[in-house]
Design a protein around this ligand. Sequence first.
Ligand code: NZQ
Ligand code: ZN
Length: 404
Amino acid sequence: MNNFNFYTPTKIVFGKGTVSQAGNLVKQFGGTRVLIHYGGESAIKSGLIDDVKKSLDEAGLFHVELGGVVPNPHLSKVYEGIELAKENGVDFLLPVGGGSVIDSAKAIAYALYEPDEDVWDLYDHTRQSKGSFPLGAIVTIAAAGSEMSDSSVITNEKTGEKRGYNSDICRPKFAIMDPELTLTLPDYQTMSGCVDIMMHTMERYFTGNGNMELTDAIAEGLMKTVMKFAKILHANPTDYEARAEMMWANSLSHNGLTGCGNGGNDFASHRLEHEMGGMFDVTHGAGLAAIWPSWARYVMKNNLHRFVKFAKNVMDVNPMIGADGSELDAPMSDEEIALMGISRVEEFYHSIAMPINMRELGIEPTEEQILEMTDGCVRATGGKVGSAKVLERADMEAIYRMAL
Ligand code: NZQ
Ligand code: ZN
C-alpha cells in the first residue's frame, strides 16, 4: 500500500427533511451573509429555494441569490457571482444543485479570497489558490460528488475550454443530502449521474501502482452497489432507498476513499471527456460512458491484472463460463476475461440507456474537431495523463477515434 493523505472535512447531514437545518449549519460555520447559488428551473419549481430561504431567515441570516448556472458551468456566471457577492459583503456560499452549481460556487469562493486576481488563472493552471471563502452545499443530484471533493470544473464559454482545478481548500464545510430532493430528476440525468459515480471509483481502481486489498474491497462494493441501484432507479425512479444508496455512493466515490493507497489515480477518461463537454456541451456522465470502453480496450494490456480483477470481482466474469453462458473446457485467458469485463460494462450502460460511443451520445466530431479535442487535452494535462497507462498525444487521438 502506498503512502496517502485522506482529508474529508465535510460534515454530512443526510436524510429526509434536512434542508431545514441549512440556516443553523451556515451559522455553525461562521457565515453571516450568504449567497444562495442555483441552476435553472428545477430548484425554484420544486420550492426548494423557498425552503432554503426560510431556513436562513429563521436563523436570522442575510442572503442574496443568483440562479442561472448551466450544466458545464460558465465562467461568465462565476464573474457575475463574484460581483454580486462583493456588492453585498457575502461571507458564505450556499450552492443548491448539482456539480455545476457547487463548482460555480467554489470558483466564486476562491475569487472572493483573492479579489484582485482573475480566478480563471487557477483553472488555466498559471497560479495556485491561497484560500477560499467557506461554502456549504445542498445537493440535488447524485453524480459529481463535488460536495465532498477537492475539485471544481468550469467552462470558459468564450474559448470552449473546460478546465478543472483541484485543491483541498475548496472542500465544503457541510453538505445537506436529502435523497428526496433527487426525485424530480429526469431519467437521463439520474443515469448519467450513476455513470459518473461509478467512474469516479473506476478512475481510482485502474492504477498502475499499488496493492490495496481494503481499498479494493470498498471500491468493488461501491461499484456493485451503484450498478444494482442504477438499474432499480431506471425502472422505478421514485424508489427512495435506491435514491438514498446512490446519493451516499456519490459522495464516497469522489471524496478519495476509494483510492487510498493506490499510488495515483488514472482520470484519463475524465480528461478526455472534459474536451467533449467543452466542445459539444454533453452531459458529463453520458460523455464518460461514451469514452470509457474505448479507453479501456486501448489501455487494457498495460494494466491487465487490474482489468482481470475488475472483471471477476465487479462484473462477475467466471473464467469457465463463455459469453453464451456455456461451460468451457479450459479457462479463458486473462485477456479474454478482461475483454468480457469491458463488454459487461457496455451491457450495463445500455441497460440504463447510456451510450457506449460518441455516435450513441449524439455527437459526430469532424476530423478537425478530433484534433482540436486532442490539442485541448494535451494543453489541459501537460501532455501526459493516466496511471493504468500514461497517455500521450497520439494515444489521446487514437482513443477519440476509437470512440467515434
Ligand atoms: O439547472 P437545473 O434546472 O437545476 O437542472 C439541472 C441540470 O440541468 C438538473 N437537476 C439537478 N438537480 C435536479 C435537476 N433536475 C430536476 N431535479 C433535480 N433535483 O440536472 C442537470 C445537470 O446538473 P449538473 O449540476 O450539471 O449535474 P452534475 O452533478 O452531473 O454536475 C456536472 C458537472 O460537474 C462536473 C462535470 O464536469 C460537470 O461540469 N464535475 C465536477 C466534479 C467535482 N467538482 O468534483 C467531478 C466530476 O467528475 C465532474 O467533472
Ligand atoms: Zn466525473
